[in-house]
Design a protein around this ligand. Structure first.
Ligand SMILES: C[S@@+](CC[C@H](N)C(=O)[O-])C[C@H]1O[C@@H](n2cnc3c(N)ncnc32)[C@H](O)[C@@H]1O
Length: 450
């Protein structure tokens, strides 16, 4: 039985009534209980909820999950995924759709708040639009919705609604080692939750997902639905690391451009995301060209380049005569990048860790260093960001422009601080809601050497 005491010490299992006043990185609400911060999952700022404490090890804050809504926000909706709804016990709620109970508009406003807060606290940048009469409304518009897309060729695109569903082309499911049941993990746990459907995933993934089946001896099930090939399933057997079929080539389309990728390699997960980021990078480079700040024959770089999507966007803006080198740790992705960029005579694809490659470039001869100083660096690091080591190397390399694509706002904000401290000015910032119904979003920041 759970205890409900407003003055009981906070410990796992205790339930408390909380007023949620804000949103924190990770998509959790912020509340206070007797002076202590409580991060509350599955709530919306402005709501009063009853929440169950899940973690109280730290003195400064505790964690909780809403179990009942006492005063609901006008933005609360029925959860898009029945198996993740608040009516279930927190332990049995499917993870991966932690904003699925919030209107799409409010989801984007909350993401904008998280970005603005991170940029202010860690990046030293105030985001609210200058001179805007309604700063909150201006801020909410910072996070752009993805284009409404239809996955079904026969559907009428004009009739498609922005549901934020059916977009994920990559999904990982897990297998319960005891029962063999297949499903997503519960939020913040490694407990496998059997589900009837995957509403965030494409139709193709839903058709092949082994939901309701038992798969003893399997550890993970990766589902991939490329735009240019049939959907497929990659299995990792228990105790093994290799996923079956991970290195099979698959084809992805970004509007009318084809890309070769490995089935298990990195590709943006929202069906529309590759085109959204391709266009955003192409436009950012276009603006630098218009300002006379982009040199196509300088030492341009696409760091953490994957299969070359963003280098291709640079080439689209600057023309096929552009010089650009991708740097990527996965050898198979580099092979694909070389293939995908083969029409760009000045493109090179290197397999290397970014820090090691930059260290080599910093030892290069004077003329090479000078070409790099005139260049533009595009970077799209994993969630941890570039980090102090790589931002310090970039500052020393001193390219004219840095176009930074980020999937984590706090990492972006920290790297922004390092770059600003070393003489770069943040001249542009956009954000894209390409992970609807989750707390994730993507940002694009442009820095110019002062
Ligand atoms: C967010 S993905 C971006 C890929 C590509 N820009 C795209 O949009 O498809 C990050 C990529 O960085 C690679 N990576 C991660 N850490 C790296 C490192 N230290 N050095 C080089 N590449 C790295 C990963 O393999 C992955 O392909």
């Amino acid at each position: 039985m759970t205890a409900l005491h407003s003055s009981a010490p906070l410990e796992p299992g205790v339930e408390v009534d909380l007023v949620v006043t804000g949103i924190a990185h990770g998509g959790v609400g912020v509340a206070r209980h007797e002076g202590r911060v409580v991060f509350v999952a599955d709530a919306i700022p402005g709501e009063r909820v009853r929440a169950r404490i899940t973690d109280a090890k730290k003195k400064s804050f505790a964690r909780a999950t809403a179990v009942e809504v006492l005063d609901a926000s006008a933005d609360r909706r029925d959860h898009v995924w029945a198996e993740a709804a608040i009516t279930r016990d927190p332990e049995n709620r499917a993870g991966g759709a932690e904003f699925g109970h919030i209107s799409l508009e409010r989801q984007r406003a909350l993401k904008a708040e998280v970005l603005a807060d991170a940029m202010q606290r860690f990046g030293g940048v105030q985001l609210s639009a200058e001179g805007a009469e309604d700063a909150a409304a201006a801020l909410a518009e910072i996070v752009e919705p993805p284009p409404v897309f239809v996955d079904d060729e026969e559907a009428d695109p004009d009739a498609a609604a922005d549901t934020g569903l059916g977009y994920r082309t990559r999904v990982r499911l897990h297998v319960d080692p005891e029962t063999g049941a297949v499903g997503p993990y519960a939020a913040r746990s490694r407990r496998v939750i059997p589900v009837e459907s995957l509403p965030l995933a494409t139709e193709g993934i839903n058709q092949i997902a082994p939901l309701g089946e038992a798969m003893p001896g399997v550890d993970t099930v990766d589902l991939v639905d490329p735009s240019g090939d049939d959907p497929r399933m990659l299995l990792t057997l228990a105790g093994e690391k290799q996923r079956s079929g991970a290195s099979d080539p698959i084809h992805e389309w970004v509007e009318d451009r084809g890309f070769l990728v490995r089935a298990g390699g990195f590709w943006q997960v929202h069906r529309a995301a590759p085109a959204v980021l391709f266009t955003a990078v192409r436009d950012a480079i276009g603006e630098l060209i218009d300002d006379g700040r982009f040199d196509p024959v300088a030492g341009n770089l696409d760091l953490y380049g994957g299969a070359g999507l963003l280098a291709a966007a640079v080439a689209e803006a600057a023309g096929p005569g552009v010089k650009i080198a991708t740097v990527e740790a996965e050898a198979a992705a580099t092979e694909d990048a070389a293939e995908n960029l083969s029409a760009i005579v000045g493109a090179l694809a290197h397999t290397a860790r970014v820090d090691r490659h930059l260290a080599d470039l910093l030892r290069a001869s004077g003329p090479v260093r000078e070409r790099l100083r005139r260049g533009t660096v595009v970077l799209d690091p994993p969630r941890a960001g570039a980090g102090n080591g790589v931002t310090a190397q970039l500052a020393e390399l001193a390219p004219m422009n840095i176009v930074y694509v980020a999937c984590d706002p706090v990492s972006l904000a920290r790297d922004t601080k390092s770059l600003r401290d070393s003489g770069y000015e943040l001249t542009g910032l956009r954000a894209f809601d390409i992970f609807p119904h989750t707390h994730h979003f993507e940002s694009l920041a442009v820095f110019q050497r002062a």
